[in-house]
Design a protein around this ligand. Structure first.
Ligand code: CAA
Length: 389
């Protein structure tokens, strides 16, 4: 067991930290206000090679180890968690899902542009009536010659208004399991934004991660060539669940970055702000908060990196599936982000409640990490099932 970062991981952390502070940081407050996606920042980040961090060189990527991937998302989110989730969804839910399930033609066609950042990726599973209960989706796909025709409305799509390529799930009605099993017929499709019948719907006005765009997708007789089926017809639910096992580690890393950013802001403020003749950090009521923030962040960090390590062992050494570790990390890191950012606002007092300081944004951004890519309640359900096996 070795808890130290490798030289390469330390170098990646420094590089991403520098990018986050100097490129994303200066515009992130204004983007949050205007709900403007960080697409320019994403393109610039892609220029450093990070858009292809889950894709091998063969398809134009610069594959990083899974702990480095978590470090990248953590460091972006320490400054700008909207950019953090944009990158996490692109490299995880979209690119990695194609890496794992795409055929050779699909990989050759789609991965190089995702790797270079020319195309931004998104993933779409949920619908108005099926978030937690993902298998209850009603979007349908019917065969029509060399195409599938998709109809339905998808919801909560991160990167939805800015993405070029979407991994979308719908139920194929001709599948023999359709209507028999709850997730019968669920199939993954790779959809280009210009496909006929594919429309961007309503953009959500959100509490937090306001610079990250979230919208509905309308499948209005959307024509998808059969060669764009991801994996096998009817086998999409396992693909969707497996994608979430991978990407929940990214959201846990995002939560970790939010907690770290909020903690650092509170620590700095508490050393500068004086009451009763001394810095507030010297008052036990505040130093106790700071101590607990540091301890909780350290615990969350260990779990996030362990989950990333388990994912790596699963794919590279045929180790056990990392479902349990991913849910542990997401549950703990999400709660840590919420707890730490709330305490950071408290430490800054009235100032923390204003937009003069970043802690109010961290506080708003933290909440979503307890909701998306499986609520905290879903993580408990998954954990309970895994430990009960
Ligand atoms: N990996 C691979 N296969 C899996 C799996 C996994 N982790 N988990 C389940 N499966 C398979 C099962 O083996 C089973 O396969 P069979 O075909 O052999 O039966 C099948 O999937 C059904 O499994 P369950 O019976 O466990 O399914 P369920 O209906 O009880 O659902 C659930 C379980 C855990 C609640 C699941 O619905 C779930 O994770 N819900 C939350 C969904 C979620 O996280 N949505 C977020 C979407 S993305 C987002 O937030 C937006 C964004 O852009 C960021």
């Amino acid at each position: 067991m070795d808890f130290a970062e490798t030289d390469e991981q330390a170098m990646i952390r420094d590089m991403v930290r520098d990018f986050a502070e100097t490129v994303a940081g200066p515009s992130c407050h204004q983007r949050d206000k205007e709900q403007r996606p960080p697409i320019d920042e994403f393109k610039e980040f892609a220029g450093l090679g990070f858009a292809g961090m889950t894709i091998s060189e063969e398809y134009g990527g610069q594959k990083l180890d899974d702990i480095s991937e978590a470090i990248v998302i953590e460091e972006l989110s320490r400054v700008d968690s909207s950019l953090g989730v944009m990158v996490a969804v692109h490299v995880g839910l979209c690119s990695m899902t194609i890496v794992l399930n795409g055929n050779e033609e699909q990989k050759k066609k789609y991965l190089p542009k995702l790797a270079s950042g020319e195309h931004l990726g998104a993933y779409s599973l949920s619908e108005a009536g099926s978030g937690t209960d993902a298998a209850a989706m009603v979007a349908k796909a019917t065969e029509d010659g060399s195409n599938f025709i998709l109809n339905g409305e998808k919801m909560w799509v991160t990167n939805g208004t800015t993405a070029d390529l979407f991994v979308v799930f719908a139920k194929v009605t001709d599948d023999p399991e359709y209507g028999k099993k709850k997730h019968g017929g669920v199939t993954g499709f790779i959809i280009e934004k210009d496909f006929e019948g594919f429309k961007i719907g309503k953009k959500e006005d959100k509490l937090g991660i306001r610079s990250s765009d979230t919208c509905t997708l309308i499948l209005d007789n959307c024509k998808v060539p059969k060669e764009n089926v991801l994996g096998e017809v009817g086998k999409g639910f396992a693909i969707a669940m497996n994608a979430l096992d991978n990407s929940r580690i990214g959201i846990a890393a995002q939560a970790l970055g939010i907690a770290q950013g909020a903690y650092e802001a509170a620590l700095k403020y508490s050393k500068e702000r004086e009451t009763f003749g001394k810095p507030i950090a010297a008052h036990q009521s505040i130093s106790n908060y700071l101590a607990e923030m540091a301890m909780r962040i350290d615990a969350a960090r260990l779990q996030v990196y362990k989950a990333a390590w388990s994912k790596m062992k699963h794919y590279e050494e045929d180790g056990d599936r990392h479902t349990l570790e991913a849910s542990f990390a997401k549950l703990n890191a999400g709660d840590t982000a919420m707890w730490v950012s709330e305490k950071a606002v408290q430490i800054l007092g009235g100032y923390g409640y204003t937009t003069e300081f970043p802690v109010e944004r961290f506080f708003r951004d933290a909440k979503i990490t307890q909701i998306y890519e499986g609520t905290q309640e879903v993580q408990r359900l998954v954990i309970a099932r895994e430990i009960g096996k």
